[in-house]
Design a protein around this ligand. Structure first.
Ligand code: C2E
Ligand code: MG
Ligand code: MG
Length: 755
């Protein structure tokens, strides 16, 4: 058993002034974390005397806090719950003679506590532990209680605390480095700024050995130089967590606000009594600062660690900035600031994968005649218009789902069927858009798909949307259409046909036939109209009414038309040797060709290459050409006129062009559509229209040609009406180039029409 009387002797040691923390370091702080000293002794007196003799002592700026236990078992129990004990004053003899020594073994081995310093005390010198125990169990000191005078106890304890502190620092340094290595890796993986900020807080708190009551801030996105105080909290932990994404002004704790502002202003760390603020510079993006609450005693090693950490974080921040930029560029449309096609497809995919398809609709919206707007007003204007459209679409529909730009003038919208309706979209385009000080009416076609009707994946759902859009476009301005399975099948068939057409073109299986155009009164051959033919691999002929629209929708018509023009001029050239120089060749031109910026150059080049006079070429355009904008049409026609090329309006009477508009165009000939000619003799409305067209042509000073004249009776009526020219089976069917010379030899002359 211990002998307290021997022990107490130090208490009255004369003149033994116990140094306080003031000798070690100025101004101890009462709130500082104390060193915990655990007294393990079965004698209550020892506890009391120890506490009494060390009362009020500070060391390295920190007070002592005593804990008392009375047996080996209690000691282990206490340490299990409170592992951060600095020093254990341990009685050797308690439950049994070796109880104290056994406890040491358990502390180090079973509990795995290496840091606490252990001072063994014994009343009986005879129970001294063996040297090996002192060495193996890392025991700081072994003293008999009689040795421990008050001064001696103080110095022994202080030496132990100093050792403990050093061990802790070395350990913290090691752990800190380990964390930096780890965290650098983790931060690199973080893709969001918020996650990154949380990572910085956690790692920093661990590094500094504080709780993670911290804040991370970045300079506000707009980086408005006039508003330097605009800070947004990008990440926070502990009691500050609720301020995430809030403005800095909402944080009540003034130290946070002023500290962060100061730190960012001075661009350096601030070390304060009860908090610190760390500055993280950034070579890209905004620099940010982190507020760490609590008293953080900084030793040199901490500062160095901090430096290493900060430069690592700065690197990670740069990486995250880059990753964010990449993500932004990959998933958003920078022109109109909406999600892009990739993001849209991802959204659809999520709904399809999550089974959230019922009642959900996807719409593909495409601006009507946007190409013309682009040509007529220029790219800057067109871009502004796109932005205005994007804004209006997003304002109307983004709250209920997603509005994305799919590219060009096409937008994708995802939303519930109750909201995303044709009427809702018409509403968006109902009033004109204001762009560059001008009001502009915009029309848009829209293809709708119910997600529950989608059988494939997201990209194929989008394809369905475009199929419906195509149908919508055919309905005219502001058209809309819903996708259906049969529509999908038809689209598939069209795709197949288009592929075949492309192949046929490249393998020269397309050819031209020529149909005579004659003077109605004399029967003289005036020229030919070139018509395209496609003989499929199996030998069957596919009509132009089937493949021309296909070629138009794919843009292939531009190449086909060019080829056709050259063929026709070539044929005419070879015919001139037989028939003289005043034969003309009419060639059909699609709206798509007409819109092509290289169109005029192509015509001029084809004429040049053929060596033919422009006067013998006539281009047939349909009334639909008029839809692409009066100025562009007039301009192009005038340029063709300047070249010397004649213009005919084909299928006249089937379109919607206004008479005043027509009058303003430089046109040579009107071709009455064969549907009107066919009903001529029957006295129906078609006949009356033929009548009107002839009159109109005459009044406008234009030549009028009747198409599809099949029987003599029609020719007679037309002659009576004053129609000048005709074309039809009655005079000649479309023929191969090789047949023309022979046909001409037989049919030239006034009586040809009666043949
Ligand atoms: P279109 O330009 O109005 O051509 C006249 C069409 O009427 C031709 O049909 C011709 O074969 C047909 N036809 C001529 N006389 C008669 C007749 O007495 N009775 C009947 N029932 N039909 C007659 P085709 O060759 O099938 O061409 C149809 C349309 O395809 C053309 O109508 C034209 O719009 C387009 N097309 C043909 N070739 C070309 C081309 O090279 N380029 C362009 N862009 N379109 C073409
Ligand atoms: Mg024609
Ligand atoms: Mg026609």
């Amino acid at each position: 058993m211990s002998q307290p009387d021997e022990f107490v002797t130090f208490a009255d040691e004369p003149g033994a002034a116990v140094p306080t923390a003031s000798a070690e370091r100025a101004a101890p702080v009462a709130s500082a974390r104390p060193w915990t000293v655990l007294i393990v002794d079965d004698d209550e007196d020892v506890h009391q005397v120890t506490r009494f003799s060390l009362e009020g002592v500070d060391f390295l700026g920190r007070p002592l806090a005593f804990a008392s236990v009375y047996s080996a078992a209690e000691a282990l129990d206490f340490l299990r719950k409170t592992p951060d004990v600095a020093v254990i004053l341990l009685d050797v003899v308690m439950e049994d003679d070796h109880a104290g020594l056994d406890v040491v073994g358990k502390i180090r081995d079973s509990l795995g506590l290496q840091k606490p310093r252990i001072i063994l005390r014994t009343g009986q010198p005879g129970y001294a532990p063996e040297m090996t125990a002192v060495r193996d169990y890392d025991i700081n000191d072994y003293k008999t209680k009689s040795e421990l005078t008050r001064t001696k106890l103080f110095t022994t304890l202080m030496a132990a605390i100093r050792a403990f502190d050093q061990i802790c620092r070395i350990e913290a340094g090691r752990q800190g480095l380990e964390r930096i290595v780890q965290s650098s890796g983790q931060l690199l993986q973080e893709q969001g700024l918020r996650g990154f900020a949380a990572g910085v807080i956690t790692q920093l708190a661990a590094l500094m050995g504080t709780s993670s009551d911290g804040l991370v801030c970045a300079v506000h996105d707009s980086a408005d130089a006039n508003e330097p105080e605009q800070l947004v909290i990008i990440g926070a932990a502990g009691r500050f967590e609720r301020y995430i994404q809030a403005d800095i002004s909402t944080v009540e704790d003034d130290r946070v606000r002023s500290g962060l502002l100061q730190c960012l202003k001075d661009q350096r760390n601030l070390y304060r009594e009860d908090h610190l603020v760390i500055y993280f510079p950034s070579s890209v993006g905004s620099p940010f600062a982190t507020f760490v609450d609590g008293r953080v005693p900084l030793s040199q090693i901490d500062e160095r660690l901090l430096q290493v950490f900060c430069s690592n974080v700065a690197l990670c921040a740069k990486n995250i900035h880059l990753v964010q930029q990449l993500r932004e560029q990959a998933f958003s449309d920078l022109l109109v600031r909406l999600p892009n096609r990739t993001a849209f497809v991802e959204q659809i995919q999520q709904r399809l994968a999550g089974g959230e398809t019922s009642g959900q609709v996807m719409a593909v919206v495409d601006i009507d005649a946007f190409g013309e707007i682009n040509n007529a007003f220029g790219h800057v204007h067109a871009d502004q218009l796109l932005r205005a459209i994007a804004q209006r679409l997003a304002a109307a529909l983004a709250d209920h789902g997603t509005v994305a730009r799919l590219g060009g003038d096409a937008f994708g919208i995802l939303g519930p069927e109750s909201v995303l309706t044709p009427a809702a979209l018409r509403g968006v385009f109902a009033s004109p858009f204001r762009v560059g000080g001008h009001e502009q009416r915009v029309h848009a076609g829209c293809g709708f798909v119910r997600l529950s009707d989608v059988s494939g994946d997201a990209p194929s759902a989008l394809k369905d949307g475009f199929i419906a859009l195509k149908l919508a476009k055919r309905a005219g301005l502001d058209g809309h259409a819903w996708f259906s399975a049969s529509l999908g099948a038809a689209a598939l068939e069209r795709t197949r046909l288009l592929n075949n057409l492309e192949q046929a073109f490249s393998r020269n299986r397309l050819f031209a036939v020529y149909q005579p155009q004659v003077d109605l009164s004399s029967g003289r051959v005036l020229g030919f109209e070139a018509l395209m033919r496609w003989r499929d691999e199996d030998g069957s002929l596919i009509g132009p009414d089937r493949f021309i629209p296909l070629a138009e929708s794919s843009g292939l018509i531009v190449a086909l038309g060019n080829w056709m023009l050259r063929c026709a001029l070539q044929t005419l050239r070879s015919l001139q040797g037989v028939a003289g120089a005043d034969l003309r060749m009419a060639v059909n031109v699609s709206v798509v060709q007409f819109r092509d910026p290289a169109f005029l150059d192509n015509v001029a080049a084809a004429l040049r290459e053929s060596g033919m006079d422009a006067q013998c070429l006539e281009l047939e355009i349909t009334e639909s050409v008029a839809m692409i904008g009066a100025d562009l049409v007039r301009d192009t026609l005038n340029r063709l006129r300047e070249l010397g090329v004649a213009i005919a309006i084909d299928d006249f009477g089937t379109g919607y062009s206004s008479l005043s508009y027509l009058e303003s165009l430089p046109v040579d000939r009107l071709k009455i559509d064969r549907s009107f000619v066919q009903s001529l003799a029957l006295g129906g409305s078609g006949g009356r229209i033929a009548h009107l067209v002839v009159d109109l042509g005459r009044q406008l000073g234009l030549r009028v040609l009747a198409e599809g004249v099949e029987v003599e009776q029609q020719a007679q009526v037309l002659r009576q009406l004053g129609c000048h020219e005709a074309q039809g089976y009655l005079f000649g069917r479309p023929m191969m180039a090789e047949e023309l010379a022979h046909w001409m030899n037989q049919h030239t002359g006034p009586d040809a029409s009666k043949a």
